[in-house]
Design a protein around this ligand. Structure first.
Ligand SMILES: Cc1cc2nc3c(=O)[nH]c(=O)nc-3n(C[C@H](O)[C@H](O)[C@H](O)COP(=O)(O)OP(=O)(O)OC[C@H]3O[C@@H](n4cnc5c(N)ncnc54)[C@H](O)[C@@H]3O)c2cc1C
Length: 852
């Protein structure tokens, strides 16, 4: 007799529930696993449509937790078919005696949290109520087929098949007229098989999908050899990879590669016949629409090369959404099927289904009879199976209510108000954007380790904090914002289910990054969780990730390069090093005209570069001062940013050089800056600008001299300025602010580099002079309106914040942009870090605003 009070109830006996059961037993937890199907395998138990296969290769789509399995099980194919994967699940279940721990044909209907007993009461379809301390939804991301939202589905009298609930005995379509509705993954896999039997096959398509051929066969020899040689390293690489398959990240930009070379690289990827290879060919296909179009057009050319009828080929060619933003499919002879004389494609955009009838389908101006209808209409993905159970947490709140406007989780594993509830591959975790075997194992192990930790400490409950959950939502949104996913109507976005909220359900920051975050949460003593038990409770509130994901990625990549610190170099070497780094960055947008020239500085001529917008002038003129700690850089070193500000703000930018330290120490840079401003003001008209509309701008040390120039202009009778734009400026060298200590290392501009800059530029005794530290000026009144951008992870953040506050207090209009998750250098990295774009858009708008 199974126990009705256990440590853990697990819902679902797919790969997730099976592994969790094993781990719970191994670690001495009592459990019940409840499964509505009659066997293990989950996805591979239910999805028995012809042609069903995994599209992650079997070298990667298999358990890693039992090393013996690799000796005991041999996959017959690179992409195994459903029966073989189900057999594998059964083999594992038998080997580890899992069947004895699973109740089959039991559906969980509701679960209610008992705040007094600190336990869940789980009610099943058999009428039993099971009580447990911890409750795990291992219910699968693609386990609830979506009902077709088509008129008349209940009228049809012939047999109807749903790909996700295919009859176990199989279906014989020989001699039949068959309709398939839908062209997602299941349809693409099954259509070639149905076409082999059917007398006539009509496929109803709303949106074509990108599909890559599996080129199936035995497991690739090179991959098998790698696994045999060093399985542990291979598996670790998979766990820390972006998608759960150890493919090295691309360093090639599609935009920077000539089209014929790009196509040659894509062809190599295509020939690998793997789900992730085509999309991973270029580093920028996931973030740049133009780069993505290179991939999309390549796939469309493949469709055209196979499908003989040009009209059908065009209908099958996805347009209007980027490659990869709907799950790409893998097929065997899908496109070839449309060359068969008895196969027809109907475009639902021009011939919508009016109704299913008793005998067939009315669509467009046609009525057609069918012997069978196949619905391949997808799943209520990610949340469908979770909210199908009536889950009530604290204070009577149901999960369904809480998620009305989109799922809210911490780490995709837990949710506020639902203590001791865990979701395996839940929304907010990589789940369907990964090799799910890797993600399943990671979640199972995290839950297992958490239960072990809690037991060791005598803790009964764990629940995330509201702050942690909101922080995770923000982090997921930050990750999504830098991709192309959100413009596409996909099931990743909930768009296939009417009324479902439109958010990106899975976490798109990558499997490796996600694993590191989950590990960090545990290492930092369950950061973002409240744990309680035996009369004690502790809340470790906080945010596990605030840095912008692309900024973090760049920092990681830089850390791997192990570059020497700039301050270890001589100034000439540091300058050369920066010039070399700048040579490989994207150039920034085209401008109307660029003119290089010389102007008189405070002690001799200095260079300038003028950027003119393509629109008719005269334009407002902005004198721009480059960054580089008064030591490095030049009038051309911030070229991409100057170009972008020029075009986006429709202003002439005059980027001026100034004398650098240590050859020319304080106040040379400040004096040159003011001299340059005076010269530009006097010559604005001849430069094609409007002398009455003048402003200054600068980044970092350039922000410092821009602020100084604005003060000198005020104190010396002009020029009159409309504004000052200061991007992460250095404004006070006289003391150390908290942000300097907090962000002393790891964010490019380090404390030791900043010390090096100041040491080269100004003696300690000079640093309190307002020409070195404009924040310390006697008065800040009557300065031009300011836009000040500070970065969260910038050592200079606090002084920038202080300058914004002090200017405001002195009556100066200030727009203070606090760039969340950014560093000293990241905001200005045009076309490198997409998360900086909205901040720069704000800067550009503010600059325009100076002149209206
Ligand atoms: C056709 C298809 C192909 C796929 N191919 C791949 C692939 O190549 N690579 C990849 O990584 N992923 C693939 N997936 C995703 C696949 O779902 C996962 O890889 C994995 O099998 C999920 O395992 P799971 O245990 O988390 O969930 P599932 O396998 O979905 O198992 C969940 C189980 O929970 C049970 N259940 C749900 N609700 C209840 C309830 N209330 N009461 C009782 N039982 C319940 C279900 O019956 C089901 O058996 C594919 C999915 C589909 C549909």
């Amino acid at each position: 007799m199974a126990k009705s009070d256990v440590d853990v109830v697990v819902v679902g006996a797919g790969f997730a529930g099976m592994y969790l059961l094993h781990e719970l037993r191994e670690n001495g937890f009592t459990s019940r696993v409840l499964e509505s199907g009659k066997d293990v395998g989950g996805t591979w138990y239910w999805n028995r449509y012809p042609g069903a296969r995994c599209d992650i290769a079997t070298t990667d789509y298999q358990y890693t937790w039992d090393p013996e399995l690799h000796e005991q099980w041999t996959w017959s194919e690179k992409h195994a078919a459903q029966p073989e994967i189900l057999e594998y699940a059964q083999f594992v279940a038998k080997k580890h005696d899992l069947y004895s721990g699973i109740d089959f044909e039991v559906k969980v209907e509701s679960a209610e949290w008992d705040e007094v007993a600190k336990r869940w009461h789980v009610r099943t379809s058999t009428g039993e109520t099971i009580t447990c301390r911890h409750y795990v939804m291992a219910t699968g991301c693609l386990s609830v087929p979506k009902d077709p939202d088509i008129a008349g589905t209940d009228r049809y009298r012939g047999p109807v098949y749903v790909t996700g609930r295919w009859p176990h005995e199989g279906v014989d379509f020989t001699g039949q007229r068959v309709a398939v509705i839908g062209t997602g993954s299941s349809a693409i896999q099954s259509i070639p098989h149905i076409a082999e039997q059917a007398k006539e096959l009509v496929i109803f398509q709303r949106t074509p999908n990108f599909s890559v051929p599996t080129l199936n066969g035995p497991q690739p020899a090179d991959r098998v050899a790698r696994l045999k040689a060093d399985r542990a390293t291979y598996e670790d690489e998979a766990r820390l990879s972006y998608s759960g398959v150890p493919i090295p990240p691309s360093t090639v930009s599609a935009l920077a590669t000539p089209r014929d070379e790009a196509n040659a690289l894509l062809e190599q990827s295509w020939q690998r016949g793997e789900l992730l290879s085509v999309g991973a060919t270029f580093m920028d296909a996931g973030t740049s629409r133009d780069a993505n179009e290179v991939v999309a057009e390549f796939v469309r050319s493949k469709v055209r090369s196979v499908v003989k009828d040009p009209e059908t080929a065009e209908l099958l060619s996805p347009r209007g959404y980027p490659y990869g933003t709907k799950r790409p499919c893998m097929d065997t002879n899908y496109y070839q099927t449309f060359n068969l004389p008895h196969v027809r494609l109907v475009d639902l955009n021009t011939k919508p289904i009016r109704s299913i009838t008793e005998t067939g389908i009315d669509f467009g101006d046609e009525s057609k009879e069918f012997d069978s209808i196949v619905y391949a209409t997808g799943f209520d993905a990610m949340t469908g199976a979770i909210v199908a159970v009536d889950i009530t947490g604290k204070d009577g709140l149901t999960l369904k209510q809480k998620w009305e406007n989109g799922p809210l989780t911490y780490l995709g594993l837990t949710s506020v108000g639902f203590p001791n509830l865990y979701m395996i591959t839940g929304p907010g975790s990589p789940s369907v954007l990964s090799n799910m075997m890797v993600s399943i194992e990671q979640h199972v192990e995290w839950i297992r380790d958490t239960l072990i930790d809690m037991r060791a400490k005598g803790l009964d409950t764990i629940e995330p904090t509201a702050m942690a959950e909101e922080g995770w939502r923000q982090h997921c949104a930050d990750c999504a914002d830098i991709t192309l996913f959100q413009d596409t109507n996909s099931w990743y976005m909930g768009a296939n289910v009417p009324g479902k909220p439109r958010v990106l359900f899975p976490y798109i920051g990558g499997v490796g990054r996600y694993r590191r975050i989950c590990d960090e949460v545990r290492e930092r003593d369950y950061l973002g969780f409240e744990l309680a038990g035996s009369g004690k409770s502790s809340t470790n509130d906080g945010l596990v990730r605030e840095i912008q994901p692309d900024v973090e990625m760049l920092l990681d990549a830089m850390a791997m390069l192990n570059l020497p610190p700039i301050e270890s170099m001589s100034p000439p070497d540091a300058r050369m090093f920066m010039e070399m780094s700048s040579a490989v960055r994207p150039p920034g947008p085209e401008v109307g005209e660029i003119i290089d020239g010389m102007l008189p500085g405070a002690d001799g001529p200095i260079e300038y570069r003028l950027y003119r917008p393509p629109t008719p002038g005269p334009h407002p003129v902005v004198v721009y001062y480059h960054g580089g700690g008064w030591v490095i850089g030049s009038h051309t070193s911030d070229d991409p940013l100057c170009r972008e500000l020029c075009v986006k703000s429709n202003v002439v930018i005059v980027s001026v050089n100034y004398r650098h330290a240590p050859e020319h120490r304080f106040p040379a840079a400040a004096d040159d800056s003011f001299a340059a401003l005076q010269w530009v003001a006097a010559n604005a008209a001849s430069l094609g600008g409007d002398p009455t509309r003048l402003a200054v701008a600068g980044w970092s040390a350039g922000g410092n001299v821009a602020a100084v120039a604005a003060q000198l202009a005020r104190d010396n009778g002009g020029p009159s300025l409309k504004g000052q734009l200061l991007l992460t400026p250095a404004v006070d060298g006289s003391k150390e602010y908290s942000s300097m200590r907090e962000n002393a290392e790891g964010y490019v501009l380090t404390k030791s580099l900043m010390d090096w800059f100041w040491d080269h530029y100004a003696d300690p005794s000079d640093r309190s002079h307002p020409k070195a530290s404009p924040l310390l000026a006697e008065s800040l009144a009557n300065l031009p309106p300011a836009v000040i951008v500070t970065g969260q992870y910038d050592p200079l953040r606090d002084e920038g914040d202080a300058y914004a506050a002090a200017l405001k207090a002195a009556g100066v209009p200030v727009q203070h942009i606090q760039a969340r998750g950014h560093t000293h250098t990241s905001v200005g990295m045009v076309d490198v870090l997409p998360s900086g774009r909205p901040v720069r858009d704000q800067m550009a708008a503010a600059l325009r605003g100076f002149f209206v």
